[in-house]
Structure formats: C-alpha cells, structure tokens
Design a protein around this ligand. Structure first.
Ligand SMILES: Nc1ncnc2c1ncn2[C@@H]1O[C@H](COP(=O)(O)OP(=O)(O)OP(=O)(O)O)[C@@H](O)[C@H]1O
Ligand SMILES: [Mg+2]
Length: 261
C-alpha cells in the first residue's frame, strides 16, 4: 500500500511534462531546476543531499490558484521566500512575470515585488500604526491620497471582521485578528500575485472559509494565488489544486470538491 502511494507520488512529481505545468508564456512564477540549501547561496560545497528543496521545476500560470502543503519544516516558507525574492536559490533559475530574476539587481526586485501581496507567517505588522493605517500602508506608500482609499480600506477591514477595531493598535489584537489584518494589508493593493503563508493558522474554521472566499474572489478578479497551509479541511473544502512538498520535491495533487460559497 505504502509502496503504491509512493509510486503514485513519484508519477505526480511536478515537472514541465505534467499537464497544467507545460511551459507557457503566461507563467507568473516559473522555477527551473531550483534548489535551496541554507549553507550560503550558490556555494559549491552544498550537495543535493544538503538541499532543503531539490531541483524544483514548476510554473504557476497567470490566474491560477494553488495550495502549497507539506509537513512542518518541508520548506513551504522557504519556497515562498524565493518567490518574493527574499531568498536567492542555491541553484537554478527563477522567473517572475516572465522576467528571469537577477538577485543582485535591487531595482528589478523592487519593481517585481510591487506586484506582490504577501501574508507573512509571523504577520509583520507595524506596532506603532493602528489597524486602519497598517492595512492602508501599501496605498499610502504608493502615494494614494487618503480620500481615495478611505472607503475601500474600511470595507476590506469589515470583510475580515475588524470594522470595530479600526483605531486599535496591533498589541491589543488577538492572534487571529492580527492575522486578518495582515491578510487585509496584503491584498489592499489588488496585487497580481498573492502569496499567503498559513493565513488561517490562527483563526476558526468559519472565519477561515470567509478568508478563503476573499482569496477565491481576488483570484476570480485575475490574481494568481499561492497559499501555504497545514489546514487540510480548508484545502478539501475549496477543491483547488495542491502542490505538496515532501523530501525536498514538489508533487501535484488535484482534489474534486466544491468551492465554498
Ligand atoms: N534562515 C534559515 N537558516 C537556516 N535554516 C533555515 C532557515 N530558514 C529555514 N530553515 C530550515 O529550513 C527548513 C524549512 O523551513 P521552512 O520554514 O521553509 O519550513 P515550513 O515548511 O515553512 O515549516 P512550517 O510548516 O513549520 O512553517 C527547516 O528545517 C528550517 O529549520
Ligand atoms: Mg512556514
């Protein structure tokens, strides 16, 4: 039994030959034989055995929605970090929006990152800003006038259940409230690519489904979405395809369930 599961896994390992991952011009993210070890980037002494992620080749087509799963320590956060250009690969090539990333080109990195919305596993809220200002920060930084974004930000914060805490400071929020604020801040600019690291890790199932609907809606509006999660029940409820990390490799798993309405 275990052997046949393992055989199936091997068959489903994501390569450019797997349907849905055929090389295409519309890939928002493309990994080409990407490996990662934490001994230093591109250092010769790192052998394949030392890599946390090994020769990953996959693409996220524009407008796709995937979950990223795998046991704790499998490398989900590390994979997301490489996508948002905070961690250069030890080997291989990464393209974002059709551009090969050059990890020493700071201007390119800033430009590509401006199209991303990221929900960090540890939230990264600014402690001296209240809920509204934390959520509005990306728009403020882009120079949008307050009167233009005030209503949108309030509406988004209502959606994630924070409408009564607009003036609260982060240190008084519960873990789940911080998480929902981090989600609002990540999507407030309507990013082209949304990366979320355990976005429902601190919230109850009903709120988790609501947050999922937000991601699904943003996906329907055109965003490409990748969500790292341990939450199998949410994965099953959404029925979206899964990329699974195991032993440094990536596998594709499709589920046939209904999207929560
Ligand atoms: N900066 C770092 N330096 C050295 N090792 C690291 C670093 N970041 C992560 N690691 C190691 O890489 C492995 C993968 O970590 P990562 O955080 O990517 O896993 P994860 O799948 O996100 O786990 P979790 O589900 O617990 O969040 C772990 O063994 C971790 O200890
Ligand atoms: Mg993680």
């Amino acid at each position: 039994m275990a052997q046949s599961i393992e055989k199936n896994r091997q068959k489903n390992v994501v390569t450019n030959a797997v349907p849905g991952f055929l090389p295409g011009d519309d890939a928002v993210v493309a990994f080409d034989n990407v490996s990662l070890g934490y001994g230093g980037s591109r250092e010769a002494h790192l052998s394949d055995a030392n890599y946390i992620l090994k020769s990953l080749s996959f693409q996220l087509p524009a407008g796709s929605f995937h979950f990223l799963t795998g046991p704790s320590g499998a490398g989900k956060t590390s994979l997301l970090k490489m996508i948002y250009l905070a961690q250069p690969p030890s080997a291989g090539r990464i393209s974002l929006f059709g551009e090969t990333v050059n990890s020493s080109d700071r201007a390119q990195i800033a430009r590509l990152r401006s199209k991303l919305g990221i929900v960090f596993q540890e939230f990264r809220l600014l402690e001296h800003l209240n809920v509204f200002d934390n959520a509005a920060l990306p728009l403020f930084v882009h120079g949008q006038p307050f009167r233009q974004y005030r209503d949108d930000v309030s509406e988004l914060l209502s959606w994630v259940g924070l409408k009564n805490q607009l003036q609260a400071m982060p240190h008084v929020l519960s873990g789940g409230e911080k998480q929902r604020l981090a989600i609002a801040r990540a999507v407030v600019t309507r990013p082209t690519l949304i990366l979320a690291d355990e976005p429902t890790g601190n919230i109850d199932y009903a709120m988790g489904l609501r947050i999922m609907r937000l991601f699904v809606e943003l996906n329907r509006l055109g965003a490409t979405v990748l969500i790292a999660t341990h939450d199998e029940s949410l994965v099953r409820a959404s029925g979206m395809p899964v990329l699974e990390l195991k032993d440094g490799h990536i596998f594709r798993r499709d589920l046939n369930a209904t999207v929560p309405s």
